[in-house]
Design a protein around this ligand. Structure first.
Ligand code: ATP
Length: 589
C-alpha cells in the first residue's frame, strides 16, 4: 500500500480545522443579519412609533450580537492561524528533505522554491482568501432573504451575484495561462539571478555584467510581459466588476423605492435589502479579489503534489552496527543527474579497513563522480557501493553520515561559525570533540589565528575564509568524530606546504587509527601514503592494485616506452645518415 504523503497528511489535518471554521462561519454569517434586521426594526418600528425605549432595547440586543460576531470572527481567524502553524509544522521537515533530495537528483531545477511553495499554500489556506471561500456557501441564504423581502428584490440580487460570478470565471480563464507562464518564467529568472550573482567576482573581473544583465533582462521581460498581459485583462474585468457592483446598488435601491411607492414593501425593507445584497455579493467579490493568490496557491499546490508524489518518504532503516570501513564497489555504472551517457562504465574494486586508496586519472575521467557515489551523494544507475556489506542506500542516511567523512573538490562551508561547521551543525557537541577534529586535521593552529578563533563567522559558503583555510576547516569537518570511511577529493588543491604537511600527517594518523581513506590526488607525497591506487581513464578502471606495483608497472612501461622511442629515433637517424652522405658525396656537375 502506498504511504500517504506528508502533503496529504497535512491537508488531512487541515480538514478538521476547516470543518470547525465552517461551523464558525455559519454562526458568524447568521450574525451578519443583525445589521439589516436592526435597520428594518429602526425604520419600520422605532421611527413609526417614535418609541425611544424600543430603540434602546433593540440597540442593546444588536450591540450584544455584534460583540458575539466579533468574538466568533476572532476565534475563526485564530483557528486558521493555528492551523497554518500546524500545517507548517507537518510539512517543514519533509519539504526540506525533498529540497535536498531534488537538488541531488536535478541540481538545476530550483529545488529551493519548494519551501516557498509551502508558504504560498499555507498563506492562502490561512488568509483572507480561504475565508471568502467559506463565506461563499452563505450567499444563497442572503439571496433567500432578499426573496423574502420581495421576489423582485431577490431577482435583482441573484442577477447581481451571477454577473459577478461570471466575471470571476472570465477572469480565471482569461488570466490562468498567463499567470502560470509568468510564474514559471519568474522562477527561472530568480534562479538565474541567484546562481549568477554568486559569481559576482568573475562578472566584475571579466566585464560580463552587460551580457549577463541582457540575458537576465530577456527572462525578466518575459515575466513582465506575461504579468502585464494578465494584469491588463484582470484590470478590465475588475473595472467591469466595480461598475456592476455600483449599478447593482442603484438597481436594488431603485427597485426597492419603486416597490415602496407601490406600497408593496416598507422603506425599511428597501434599505435592509440593499445591505443584505451587499453581504451576499461581498464573498463573491472577495473571491474575485483573491483570485491571483488562489491561482498562485493552486500552482504551488500542484508543484508540491508532484515533488511529494515523485519523492516519497525515505524508508525508516534499521540502525546497523557501526561499520569498520570495508568498502566494496560492484560493477558501478553512473550517469550525471538527468543524463543518459554513462560517466562510470562498470567499476569494481574494494578497499579494506585501514587502507588508503588513491584515485588518479586525467581530467574528466570520472574521479569526482566515483567518490560522490562512495559517500552516497549520487545513486548508481546500476551496480552497488557497499559499506560493511550493506548497500549505501540501505543505510539510514543520518546514521550513515556519522560514519562518513567527505571533503568535496570545491569545499563550501555553511553560514555559521568555524566550530559549528566542524561539528556539522550538530547541537550539544563538546568543545573538546571540535578541538580534537581540528587537531587531527592539523587546522587547530590555523584556526587560532582567525579573528575570533573557533567562533569566527565563516560567511556565506565560507567566503570569509581563504581557499586554503576553507579546505582545512573542510578537512576538520570531514574527520569530526573520526568516521570509518573518509573520502577526500583533491584535498590539497589550495594548500600551502604547511597545509600539505598537516594533511599528510592527518592521513597517516587516521590510517593508524584503522580508518579507511579514499583520496583523489596526483601529489607524489600523498600517493606515497596510499596502499592501493586506482587509475580511471574515460570512466573505466585502467589499473587497480597496490600503489607500489602500479607505479613500478608504470615506471617500467614508461622506461620501455622511452627505450622504444630512443630506439626508433636512433633507427630514424641511421636511416637518414646514408642519404646525407650520398648527397654530400654527390659529384659536382
Ligand atoms: N552534473 C553533471 N552533468 C553532466 N555531466 C557531468 C556532470 N558531472 C560530471 N559530468 C561529466 O562527467 C565526466 C566526469 O566528471 P568528473 O567531475 O567526475 O571528472 P574528474 O575525473 O573528477 O575530473 P577533474 O579531475 O577535472 O576534477 C565529465 O565528462 C563531466 O563533464
Amino acid at each position: 500500500m502506498k504511504a500517504t504523503s506528508p502533503l496529504k497528511k497535512a491537508y488531512g489535518r487541515f480538514k478538521a480545522i476547516i470543518f470547525a471554521t465552517v461551523v464558525f462561519s455559519f454562526f458568524s454569517n447568521l450574525l451578519m443579519f443583525v445589521g439589516p434586521l436592526y435597520m428594518l426594526q429602526v425604520y419600520d418600528r422605532v421611527l413609526a412609533s417614535r418609541n425611544e425605549l424600543t430603540l434602546l432595547m433593540i440597540s442593546g440586543i444588536a450591540v450584544a450580537l455584534l460583540v458575539t460576531y466579533g468574538f466568533l470572527e476572532f476565534i475563526r481567524s485564530k483557528m486558521l492561524v493555528r492551523a497554518g502553524l500546524q500545517f507548517d509544522d507537518m510539512l517543514a521537515n519533509p519539504a526540506f528533505n525533498r529540497v535536498v533530495r531534488k537538488q541531488l537528483l536535478a541540481p538545476n531545477s530550483g529545488a529551493h522554491t519548494t519551501l516557498q511553495d509551502v508558504d504560498r499554500v499555507r498563506e492562502f489556506l490561512t488568509g483572507q482568501g480561504i475565508l471568502s471561500f467559506f463565506d461563499a456557501p452563505w450567499v444563497p441564504l442572503f439571496l433567500a432573504l432578499c426573496f423574502l423581502f420581495h421576489p423582485w428584490l431577490g431577482w435583482v440580487a441573484t442577477a447581481g451575484a451571477l454577473i459577478i460570478f461570471v466575471l470571476a470565471l472570465t477572469n480565471e480563464f482569461a488570466t490562468r495561462g498567463l499567470l502560470q507562464e509568468a510564474g514559471t518564467a519568474n522562477m527561472g529568472a530568480a534562479h538565474f539571478v541567484n546562481t549568477t550573482v554568486q559569481n559576482a567576482e568573475v562578472i566584475r573581473a571579466l566585464g560580463m555584467e552587460k551580457p549577463l544583465t541582457d540575458r537576465w533582462l530577456k527572462q525578466h521581460d518575459n515575466v513582465l510581459d506575461a504579468q502585464a498581459r494578465a494584469s491588463g485583462r484582470a484590470g478590465a474585468i475588475m473595472a467591469s466588476t466595480k461598475f456592476v457592483r455600483m449599478s447593482l446598488q442603484i438597481a436594488i435601491l431603485g427597485t426597492g423605492a419603486y416597490l415602496a411607492i407601490q406600497q408593496q414593501i416598507s422603506p425599511g425593507i428597501m434599505i435592509a435589502a440593499s445591505i443584505v445584497m451587499g453581504r451576499a455579493l461581498a464573498p463573491v467579490e472577495q473571491a474575485v479579489g483573491q483570485w491571483k493568490q488562489f491561482v498562485a496557491a493552486r500552482q504551488a499546490h500542484k508543484r508540491l503534489g508532484e515533488i511529494f508524489d515523485n519523492l516519497g518518504d525515505e524508508e525508516q532503516r534499521m540502525e546497523l552496527p557501526a561499520p569498520k570501513g570495508n568498502l566494496v564497489v560492484q560493477n558501478l555504472i553512473a550517469t550525471a543527474p538527468g543524463g543518459k551517457a554513462p560517466i562510470l562504465k562498470g567499476i569494481s574494486f574494494n578497499v579494506n579497513q585501514g587502507e588508503v586508496l588513491a584515485v588518479i586519472g586525467p581530467s574528466g575521467s570520472g574521479k569526482s563522480t566515483l567518490v560522490r557515489h562512495l559517500v552516497g551523494a549520487m545513486q548508481p544507475q546500476s551496480g552497488a557501493v557497499r559499506l560493511e556489506g550493506t548497500e549505501l542506500h540501505h543505510w539510514d542516511s543520518n546514521q550513515l553520515g556519522r560514519y562518513l567523512g567527505y571533503m568535496p573538490q570545491d569545499v563550501k562551508l555553511f553560514r555559521g561559525t568555524v566550530s559549528e561547521n566542524i561539528a556539522r551543525f550538530n547541537e550539544n557537541v563538546a568543545d573538546k570533540e571540535i578541538v580534537a577534529a581540528a587537531t587531527l586535521s592539523g587546522a587547530h593552529e590555523m584556526i587560532a589565528t582567525l579573528s575570533d578563533g573557533y567562533d569566527t563567522d565563516v560567511g556565506d559558503g565560507g567566503n570569509g575564509l581563504s581557499g586554503g583555510q576553507r579546505q582545512r576547516v573542510g578537512l576538520a569537518r570531514a574527520v569530526f568524530r573520526e568516521p570509518s570511511l573518509i573520502v577526500l577529493d583533491e584535498p590539497n588543491s589550495n594548500l600551502d606546504a604547511h597545509g600539505e604537511q598537516a594533511l599528510a600527517n592527518c592521513i597517516q594518523e587516521l590510517k593508524k587509527r584503522g580508518k579507511t581513506i579514499v583520496l583523489v590526488t596526483h601529489k607524489a607525497n600523498l600517493l606515497a601514503l596510499s596502499d592501493k591506487a586506482l587509475m580511471l581513464v574515460n570512466g573505466q578502471i585502467e589499473k587497480f592494485g597496490p600503489t607500489r606495483e602500479i607505479f613500478a608497472q608504470q615506471a617500467q612501461q614508461q622506461a620501455q616506452a622511452k627505450q622504444a622511442a630512443e630506439k626508433k629515433k636512433a633507427e630514424a637517424a641511421a636511416a637518414e645518415s646514408p642519404a646525407v652522405v650520398s648527397m654530400t658525396d654527390k659529384p659536382r656537375a
